[in-house]
Design a protein around this ligand. Structure first.
Ligand SMILES: [Zn+2]
Length: 431
């Protein structure tokens, strides 16, 4: 029996990332609008995974299975679109990521009251959960842990409320931030965990804790996140079933499932990575976020939905139409970006700030747009930087050397946004 278990375990280890064997990553350079449009729709035409959208002057990247490579190259050549193969086999980089993360994971850590978590690794769902529980127990004066409900597969979705006044002081604005709405964007988790660290454990700028109430949801899509650790590293959606007979394809893109222009710029095909679900808030994970907005909407002044990758700070609307306060959104966005750029790693490019549809692509039913609908003046999507291993665009993969930096530099931007709403909330409320 023991030998059988050993063999089964070995089989599981060997099989890791097997589904990505022979998948190549292409970097693609477009010269004008027509080529941009063409590249960005390839996910529909060829059923490939567009990792980042292209624009003139900014390459896009795409993950392609072995059997589709010839066709892709023919299509790009016919359209006179330049491309470069960044890796012939992404599995090698997945194995590298595993090795690097496993090396640091062997070092033991003790998530104590004073030390917190070391920022040298990516934590699992259970590790994050234990950390949040520990904080609520050790810091009852500032931290409350809210169990907001269950994911599709029944995992708890928990967020922290951080406040010196137990959320009772109406004169304070609330900053709400979340990460991992998209499961594979692992580098976004250190951003929320770092913010928690600086607000609870290592408080060096007391005004941020004193003057502002914080809601921080580190794992917005727990089922997808667990799946991306165990089965499919590049899984993006949640794990909802019942959309297709036999569940050949499953999962809803949670960042297309919110109720603003739902279904207009997303897919109704279950197998697609931007499948919008059967209706707005059809998924428990998005309904929970909607309810957070509903409960605190009169005081949430800043919402940050942390994604990766691309070094961008984006605001609505997803259609390309600008909201009435677009100038303020842009101005505060630029200030946040400047703060990050001032401390960023030299190999990552400067942040781009702009309307999400104009900078990136049209999208509907996003959390960022819904935040605005729910009454949040300043609602942004962050796209954290994506260059890895000194090799280019492997943006979903994590280099342990970038984990603390991702937390630290993003926090520089968040602070600027938080202080802006703090200062203006007083004016707004006539205080
Ligand atoms: Zn994302």
């Amino acid at each position: 029996m023991y030998r059988l278990l050993c063999l089964l375990f070995l089989g599981a280890v060997l099989a890791k990332h097997e589904i990505y064997e022979g998948y190549a990553v292409y970097e693609v350079r477009v010269k004008h609008h027509d080529q941009t449009q063409y590249f960005n729709q390839l996910q529909y035409q060829l059923d490939v995974d567009v990792w980042s959208y292209a624009a003139p002057g900014r390459p896009g990247s795409i993950l392609v299975s072995k059997d589709k490579r010839v066709e892709l190259e023919e299509l790009l050549t016919a359209e006179d679109i330049e491309f470069e193969v960044k890796t012939e086999n992404i599995k090698e980089f997945l194995d590298l990521e595993d090795k690097l993360l496993a090396d640091v994971s062997r070092k033991s850590y003790n998530a104590s009251r004073s030390a917190g978590l070391p920022f040298d690794r990516i934590y699992t769902y259970h590790q994050v959960d234990a950390f949040l529980e520990m904080l609520a127990k050790e810091y009852p004066e500032t931290v409350k842990l809210v169990n907001a409900g269950k994911s599709f597969e029944g995992r708890d979705i928990k967020y922290l409320k951080i406040s010196t006044t137990d959320f009772q002081d109406e004169s304070k604005p609330i900053v709400f931030m979340e990460s991992l709405l998209h499961a594979r964007e692992w580098i976004t988790l250190p951003a929320t965990l770092y913010a928690i660290h600086k607000l609870v454990i290592d408080v060096t700028e007391r005004d941020l804790l004193q003057d502002i109430d914080w809601i921080i949801l580190p794992i917005a899509n727990p089922d997808g996140y667990v799946h991306s650790h165990k089965q499919a590293r590049f899984w993006r959606k949640n794990r909802a079933t019942g959309y297709m007979i036999g569940n050949i394809c499953m999962g809803v893109d949670l960042n297309r499932n919110f109720n603003f222009n739902w279904g207009q710029a997303s897919s109704n095909v279950v197998c697609m990575d931007n499948f919008h679900g059967r209706g707005p808030f059809s998924e428990p994970e998005t309904a929970i976020i909607r309810d957070i907005f509903a409960e605190y909407s009169d005081r949430i002044e800043l919402f940050l939905d942390i994604h990766s990758f691309g070094s961008m700070i984006l605001y609505g609307w997803g259609t390309g139409v600008l909201p009435p306060n677009a100038l303020i959104l842009h101005m505060v966005g630029v200030q946040m970006a400047h703060a990050i750029d001032a401390v960023k790693m030299s190999w990552n490019r400067d942040y781009i700030v702009g309307n999400c549809a104009l900078v990136l692509y049209q999208a509907s039913g996003t959390a960022g747009d819904y935040g605005k609908v729910a009454g949040v003046e300043l609602s942004y999507t962050y796209e954290l930087p994506g260059l890895r291993f000194g090799l280019g665009t492997f943006g979903f993969l994590v280099d342990p050397n970038f984990i603390e930096q991702a937390g630290f530099e993003t926090w520089e931007g968040i602070k600027v946004g938080a202080r802006y709403v703090r200062d203006n909330y007083k004016v707004k409320r006539g205080l």
